[in-house]
Write a new protein. Structure first.
Length: 274
């Protein structure tokens, strides 16, 4: 880069634009002597956090598009999310090149850190519609992570934006939990009347795919943990694989999943109508 020129006139480089020097200096091994596989472990999880940031960027954009009524634009966003989710699952194959003995060689240095503490993944859950305020307890008041999660907890969700869009398009979707059966029936109407609402149908299927993608990642994650540490507790004090397995049924759009069962029942038979 030429010296003596104003910053605005100096040529931008690949490394300068991407901050490669800073990025590749962020892998600090704690094992002493340094264990070979700790580098892989750190990089894999740092890359996860970068992809989580991108997913949040995409979901936030999808919510804006839904609020604007841009159904096809919002649907297109999830094409990118699907490909990112495939990468999230695929990275587990790379992590599984590490043997249980390799991980145990540096695992003790990780206490009490844990993937359970990923605030960005909690942000994804919150913005997608799974708002569990209990997770705030894992982040001390006054921290940046706690502030972002509190903002997400009070903010809009992908699920809410989807339902608001359907209401504007004439669907009767009660908000209360006791109105869930009625919501499922209305969503089934969307599927049965697909030719009249084809753009909404494509969106609903994209949301199911997005939900399924994280479900597959959760399942694959459990298998990886069991393969490497078996039934040991997690480094953050959780129950390890047992806890992770209990999360595999967490869904962003449970009503859309229930629609599948509803579609197998004729409306006149399933709800007492003549």
């Amino acid at each position: 880069m030429p010296f003596g020129l104003p910053d605005s006139e100096q040529r931008l480089s690949y490394g300068g634009y991407l901050k490669v020097g800073e990025l590749t200096s962020l892998q600090h091994l704690l094992s002493d002597p340094p264990h070979h596989d700790e580098m892989l472990f750190i990089i894999i999880h740092q890359v996860y956090e970068l992809w989580f940031k991108q997913i949040l960027h995409e979901v936030d954009a999808a919510i804006v598009r839904l609020d604007q009524g841009d159904v096809l634009g919002a649907t297109r966003v999830f094409r990118r999310c699907f490909e990112i989710q495939r990468l999230l699952v695929g990275q587990i194959d790379v992590l599984e090149t590490m043997t249980p003995m390799d991980f145990l060689a540096f695992r003790d240095h990780l206490f009490p850190a844990s993937g359970f503490q990923s605030s960005q993944f909690r942000e994804i859950e919150y913005v997608s519609g799974l708002k569990d305020p209990r997770f705030l307890e894992n982040y001390p008041p006054g921290t940046a992570e706690r502030a972002r999660l509190e903002e997400r907890l009070a903010g809009p969700t992908l699920r809410g934006a989807f339902y608001d869009l359907l209401r504007r398009r004439g669907f009767d979707l009660p908000e209360e939990e006791e109105g869930r059966e009625a919501r499922v029936r209305e969503l089934a109407r969307l599927y049965r009347e697909v030719e009249q609402h084809y753009d909404l149908f494509l969106l609903a299927e994209a949301l199911i795919g997005y939900d399924e993608g994280f479900g597959l990642w959760r399942l694959r994650h459990v298998q990886m943990v069991e393969r490497i540490i078996g039934g040991r507790p997690g480094t953050g004090g959780s129950e390890g694989a047992q806890y992770l397995r209990s999360t595999t049924d967490r869904r962003f759009f449970p009503d859309l999943w229930d629609v599948r069962s509803e579609l197998g029942v004729p409306p006149s038979v399933g709800h007492g109508k003549m």
